[in-house]
Ligand binder design. Structure first.
Ligand SMILES: Nc1ncnc2c1ncn2[C@@H]1O[C@H](COP(=O)(O)OP(=O)(O)OP(=O)(O)O)[C@@H](O)[C@H]1O
Ligand SMILES: [Mg+2]
Length: 154
């Protein structure tokens, strides 16, 4: 299994939101996005942008305690946060998977706490903090065996 990696640098909160916005207009119903990175890295900011790009213009807040917030944009948005989720047993794993399978776009903060719950085709986005205002955003997509070993930046 190979991975397609794309790295971007964001120099402000606004750039991260705009980056998310572009992504949100490209993503379709049933897409699953796992967001990783330490506290304050910008996961929720990116979700705000993705939500805007997918037609939802209201406020987005981290669903840390609720675990899941639902927003209705052009498509339903499911905003998960696994940070406060202690354990996922087999029964609840099935429920989470079903939830992600529903119509809409699923965005999961702290998805690396339970990575196996996400489908293979999920898009993973890692944010890391390089300075007070700079973030490195890495997109990862698992690819089935293929011969992608050449790329160009145009
Ligand atoms: N380039 C940037 N991109 C995104 N956020 C930035 C950037 N520079 C500074 N920030 C600040 O970093 C913080 C990011 O907060 P945010 O709530 O999005 O983080 P988070 O990764 O969701 O954290 P948590 O794990 O606590 O949910 C905000 O206060 C934002 O203003
Ligand atoms: Mg957050």
């Amino acid at each position: 299994m190979k991975q397609l990696l794309v790295e971007a640098i964001s120099d402000s909160e606004e750039q991260t939101i705009r980056f998310g916005e572009r992504l949100g207009s490209a993503l379709r119903s049933a897409s699953v996005v796992g967001l990783t990175g330490p506290m304050g890295a910008g996961k929720t900011r990116l979700v705000q942008g993705i939500a805007q790009g997918s037609g939802y213009s209201g406020r987005i807040r981290s669903p840390s305690f609720a675990l899941l917030h639902l927003y209705q944009g052009r498509i339903p948005l499911r905003h998960f946060d696994f940070y406060r989720l202690d354990a996922i047993d087999e029964g609840t794993a099935g429920e989470w998977e079903e939830e992600m399978d529903r119509e809409g776009l699923s965005l999961i903060e702290w998805a690396d706490r339970f990575p196996k719950i996400l489908p293979d085709e999920a898009l993973w986005i890692d944010l890391s903090t390089e300075s007070a205002t700079r973030r490195r955003i890495t997109l990862r997509l698992r690819l089935p065996t293929c011969h992608l070993d050449h790329w160009r930046l145009l």
